[in-house]
Design a protein around this ligand. Structure first.
Ligand SMILES: [Fe+2]
Ligand SMILES: [Fe+2]
Length: 182
């Protein structure tokens, strides 16, 4: 039997948490003066941007639209705020990426900014994931069926077609390679 959308989104959270842990560890190494190369930093930030922003959050935005139409917000599911957090998280990754080259060269100010942004990012992400697991996914599990479910499945299929075959598999391979090398 096909897993429900909330089960699939929860499985994606497992990968998001692994990426956050890896990102956090990489920046800790930078902090302790271990010397992290700019290509390592760029790769992990790129993977977070692609998997979290472009894949997971884009798919959740489609879920939020469908749940909004089912009256989730009026039943206490904070969809608007969680949607704004997707935007906020995306812009934090942009700020982090803009400091990579200087930080990898050992610039103290850039290292401090990068560290600060990544810590904030990991902290906001974790509370965001927890809240979705507490409120959004249970609501979807209870209420998503019929037309709403069909709409979501059509939006997710269109999204997948737009990214092209092998896109996600390639991303997963890159993440696993990076974890093996570390
Ligand atoms: Fe989200
Ligand atoms: Fe999520």
């Amino acid at each position: 039997m096909k897993p429900s959308p909330s089960t699939v989104f929860e499985q994606e959270h497992v990968r998001v948490r692994r990426l956050l842990e890896f990102l956090h560890k990489t920046v800790e190494r930078l902090h302790s003066g271990d010397g992290v190369r700019s290509d390592e930093l760029n790769e992990i930030l790129e993977l977070v941007h692609q998997y979290v922003d472009r894949y997971h959050h884009a798919r959740e935005d489609s879920l939020f639209d469908v749940l909004q139409a089912l009256g989730a917000e009026s039943k206490g599911v904070p969809l608007a705020r969680l949607g704004q957090e997707h935007d906020r998280l995306r812009s934090m990754i942009g700020v982090a990426r803009s400091h990579v080259e200087d930080a990898a060269r050992g610039d103290g100010g850039a290292i401090a900014t990068l560290e600060h942004v990544v810590r904030e990012y990991c902290s906001l992400s974790r509370s965001h994931l927890d809240e979705e697991e507490r409120s959004v996914f249970p609501f979807a599990e209870r209420c998503l069926e019929g037309k709403g479910l069909e709409e979501l499945e059509a939006a997710l299929a269109a999204d997948e077609a737009a990214r092209g075959e092998g896109w996600l598999e390639d991303l997963v391979r890159r993440q696993e390679r990076l974890e093996e090398l570390s």
